[in-house]
Write a protein that binds this ligand. Structure first.
Ligand code: CTP
Ligand code: MG
Length: 321
C-alpha cells in the first residue's frame, strides 16, 4: 500500500528552514491588536464623515494590505472614501485633511496633485498611520487580485510578508510617490517570479480571472518556501534582464520593453506593468541609480541566504539599513 502513495517529502534541512521562515513571517505580520486599532480608526473616520456630511451616502472601505491579508506590524491602513455623487460636498483631499486635523490626527500630508490624490496622516491616540484617497476604484480591483493570488497557494503569503518586510528593513520601500518601490510593486515582482518558475506556482492573472480566481486541483510545483524565497533574490539579483523586459502579472510572462515602446523613457528603468492599466509602469518611481542599488540588495540577500539557510541568515538578511 505504501508504494501507491508517493508524496514528495522535503529533506529535513529544507523543512527546518521553511519552519524558520514561517516563524519569521508570523513575527512581522500584523497582530490582533493592530487589527483592532485599524477598526477603531475606521469607525472614527466614519463618524467624522457622518457628522460633517449627514445627508450624503459616503462609503468608507479599506484596500491594500488590510484587505489582501498582507498587513505587517508596520503597515499603514489604505482607505478609500467613495462619495457616490458628483455633487458631493466632499470634493478634495485638502477638505479631508482639515477634518482629520480637527479630529486630532497629526503629520498630515496632502498630496492633491498625485495621479491619485491622497492624504496621509498619523493617529497618535491609536498609534496608526493611514493613506486616504477619494474615489479610486482601481485600487480595490487590484487589491482583489493580490488577495486572490495570496490565497492561491499557501506558500505565497509568508513569502510576500517577508519580502515586503525586507523592503522596509532595507529602506527602499516607500509609500506611493516616495521611496524607490511601493510594497504593491514589489509584491507584483514576487507574483511574476512565481508565474515564471518551472512549473509555475501561479497562473497568469488572465487565467486566474477566467477561472473566477479559483484554486488549482493539483499543484505541480512542490518546491519548499525556502528555495522559492532564495530563488526570488537570485532571479532579480542576477537573472532578470532589467534593460529588456517588462514584468507582467496580467500575462504571467515577460513583455519586451521595445514592443511596448517603454525603452526610451528615463522613468522606465525597471518596468512593472499595472495589471489593470497596462499603460502604467508601477516602478517608474525608481531611477537608474536606485534600480542599480536595488539589484545589489537582491544580490546581497541571495549571497547571505545561499550561505546560511537558518535563523542567523534571516536576521542578517533583514538587518535594518
Ligand atoms: N496601489 C496602486 N498603485 C501603486 C501603489 C499602490 O494601485 N503604484 C494600490 C494597490 O491597490 C495596493 C494599495 O494601493 O494594493 C496599497 O499599496 P501599498 O501600500 O504599496 O501595498 P500594501 O500591500 O498595502 O503594503 P503595506 O503593507 O506596506 O502598506
Ligand atoms: Mg498599504
Amino acid at each position: 500500500i505504501a508504494d501507491t502513495v508517493k508524496e514528495e517529502v522535503l529533506p529535513q534541512d529544507e523543512q527546518d528552514f521553511d519552519i524558520e521562515l514561517q516563524k519569521f513571517a508570523a513575527s512581522v505580520e500584523a497582530t490582533e491588536g493592530h487589527k483592532q486599532r485599524r477598526i477603531a480608526l475606521l469607525s472614527k473616520l466614519s463618524r467624522v464623515l457622518q457628522t460633517n456630511f449627514p445627508e450624503e451616502d459616503i462609503e468608507l472601505t479599506t484596500f491594500g494590505s488590510t484587505e489582501s491579508n498582507l498587513a505587517l506590524r508596520r503597515s499603514d491602513v489604505d482607505i478609500c472614501i467613495q462619495t457616490h455623487s458628483r455633487t458631493s460636498k466632499l470634493q478634495t483631499t485638502c477638505q479631508l485633511a482639515r477634518l482629520l486635523h480637527e479630529e486630532g490626527l497629526v503629520n498630515i500630508v496632502c498630496i492633491p496633485r498625485a495621479r491619485v490624490p491622497i492624504v496621509k496622516a498619523w493617529d497618535p491616540s491609536l498609534g496608526i498611520a493611514c493613506d486616504i484617497n477619494l474615489n479610486n476604484s482601481l485600487a480595490k480591483t487590484n487589491t482583489a487580485m493580490i488577495k486572490a493570488c495570496v490565497e492561491y497557494d499557501a506558500r505565497i503569503r509568508p513569502m510576500a510578508l517577508l519580502i515586503k518586510h525586507w523592503a522596509k528593513c532595507r529602506k527602499f520601500n516607500g509609500t506611493k510617490g516616495k521611496g524607490v518601490l511601493s510594497s504593491y510593486t514589489i509584491t507584483c515582482m514576487l507574483l511574476n517570479y512565481l508565474q515564471l518558475t518551472d512549473p509555475p506556482i501561479l497562473p497568469s492573472m488572465v487565467a486566474l480571472q477566467q477561472n473566477d480566481y479559483c484554486k488549482p486541483k493539483v499543484q505541480l510545483n512542490e518546491k519548499s518556501i525556502g528555495s522559492l524565497f532564495i530563488g526570488f533574490f537570485e532571479y532579480y539579483g542576477y537573472r532578470f534582464e532589467y534593460e529588456s523586459y517588462v514584468i507582467s502579472v496580467k500575462q504571467g510572462y515577460l513583455l519586451s520593453k521595445k514592443t511596448k515602446v517603454w525603452d526610451s523613457d528615463q522613468n522606465n528603468i525597471l518596468c512593472v506593468e499595472e495589471p489593470f492599466n497596462n499603460m502604467r509602469n508601477l516602478a517608474n518611481t525608481a531611477n537608474e541609480m536606485e534600480v542599480m542599488g536595488l539589484r545589489l540588495e537582491f544580490q546581497r540577500a541571495y549571497q547571505i541566504l545561499k550561505r546560511s539557510r537558518d535563523h542567523a541568515g534571516l536576521v542578517e538578511t533583514f538587518r535594518e539599513f
